[in-house]
Design a protein around this ligand. Structure first.
Ligand SMILES: Nc1ncnc2c1ncn2[C@@H]1O[C@H](COP(=O)(O)OP(=O)(O)OP(=O)(O)O)[C@@H](O)[C@H]1O
Ligand SMILES: [Mg+2]
Length: 237
């Protein structure tokens, strides 16, 4: 596998407050890479910085060999970076199908909108059954499926997933994480941030642990799951 995304000593934050404090990490092409950590560790802030919604203050973001750290959000999407934001942020008044259409923002996605939508309905049959239903009336789990499918409509090369398990029952989370594996099999690299540390490391190849905007541990996901410190501090076993 080759390196697809690399962060070099990245810093960002809000006004004068630094939240991301020198993060370096890499995401291999074709992998599921996880960044796990507790509430307020800086996961969403990092995702917003990667997608260009929040400017970086220092450091580099290299995506597919391009330094994209100062690119506009839409340029990053065109290049194949797509964020599924925390809290889904689907359009509640629009139907499932309209939400998916809106996701096909890139020129390459517009050309194959219909076939792509069918692929999404294969991946999430539940969405197909509810294609006419307005987004806001879907269950939490269905809304998360829609948010993921909408992002995939842009034909991304790297999917950024911000806490898909938020507010969902463990059984739904398990289903969604199985879908993440299927997304990887479609050829999309996945970078996921989560506080459900166990479920996330179980589906990831590589993992990083974030505390106060810094990486405190990293390794193969299976090694992290077996790590005594992780077990006692994060998994409570
Ligand atoms: N718009 C903002 N302005 C100022 N501070 C913010 C803003 N958004 C987040 N923060 C602060 O940044 C820190 C990191 O927040 P962030 O949302 O990145 O955490 P997180 O790891 O995603 O947490 P969670 O698991 O709860 O989603 C927190 O202390 C938070 O209060
Ligand atoms: Mg968050």
């Amino acid at each position: 596998m080759s390196e697809f995304l690399r962060l070099e000593k990245l810093y960002s934050g809000y006004d004068d407050v630094s939240i991301i404090n020198g993060i370096s990490l890499s995401v291999e092409r074709g992998s599921v890479t996880a960044l796990v950590g507790s509430n307020g560790a800086g996961k969403t802030t990092l995702m917003r910085t990667l997608s260009g919604l929040l400017p970086l203050t220092h450091g580099k973001i290299i995506f597919d060999n391009e330094p994209i750290g100062n690119w506009a959000p839409n340029q990053r999407v065109d290049m194949g970076l797509s964020l599924v934001p925390e809290g889904r942020l689907i359009f509640p008044e629009f139907s499932v199908e309209e939400n998916l259409r809106i996701g096909a923002v890139t020129p390459r996605a517009k050309g194959k909108l219909t076939s792509r939508m069918e692929e999404m309905f294969e991946l999430f049959p539940r969405l197909k059954e509810r294609r006419e239903q307005s987004g806001g009336t879907l269950s939490g789990g269905e809304q998360q499926m829609l948010a993921i499918a909408r992002s995939l409509m842009s034909d991304p090369k790297l999917l950024l997933l911000d806490e898909p398990s938020l507010g969902l029952a463990p059984s739904i989370t398990k289903f969604l994480f199985e879908m993440v594996i299927r997304v990887k099999k479609l050829g999309v690299t996945v970078f996921i941030v989560e506080q459900d540390i166990r479920s996330t490391l179980e589906i990831a190849d590589q993992g990083y642990v974030i505390e106060n905007g810094k990486i405190v541990m990293q390794g193969l996901a299976e090694d992290l799951l077996a790590n005594e410190t992780i077990k006692s501090v994060y998994l409570g076993i």
